[in-house]
Design a protein around this ligand. Structure first.
Ligand SMILES: [Zn+2]
Length: 120
């Protein structure tokens, strides 16, 4: 089973039904707790100015953005290796950055999912 939001592979009993979606614990927490990323003001500022958004990002999120900015498109597993964090932590931060419309995923010609800057 995969989480409907971040597509992380999860055990069936780890997924939580929420508003018609099956979410992993992380995405569920993100959905129910008004996290920074879910704050409309944060999303608004992220669109307004990357500088303002920058202040609200965690160091790891800034590193992700920088790495992806440099490489244009990157495979999540390579990024996890590059930044030396667990895939789960990476997915969690990606979910936040995607929510803020800073990053997005897309399927490459090789059928693999890459991450890239939202605006690219
Ligand atoms: Zn998830």
């Amino acid at each position: 089973m995969k989480c409907d939001r971040c597509k992380t592979e999860c055990a069936d009993d780890e997924l939580i039904a929420y508003q018609g979606q099956k979410l992993c614990e992380d995405c569920y927490m993100d959905s129910v707790s008004p996290l920074k990323a879910c704050d409309p003001w944060a999303v608004h500022s992220a669109k307004q100015s990357t500088q303002t958004a920058d202040v609200q990002l965690l160091p790891i999120q800034k590193k992700m953005l920088k790495a992806i900015e440099t490489q244009k498109a990157v495979l999540p597993e390579l990024l996890a290796e590059l930044l030396d964090i667990t895939p789960r932590e990476l997915q969690r931060n990606f979910a936040i950055l995607r929510h803020m419309e800073l990053l997005r995923g897309f399927k490459g010609e090789d059928g693999k999912v890459y991450w890239t800057l939202f605006e690219s």
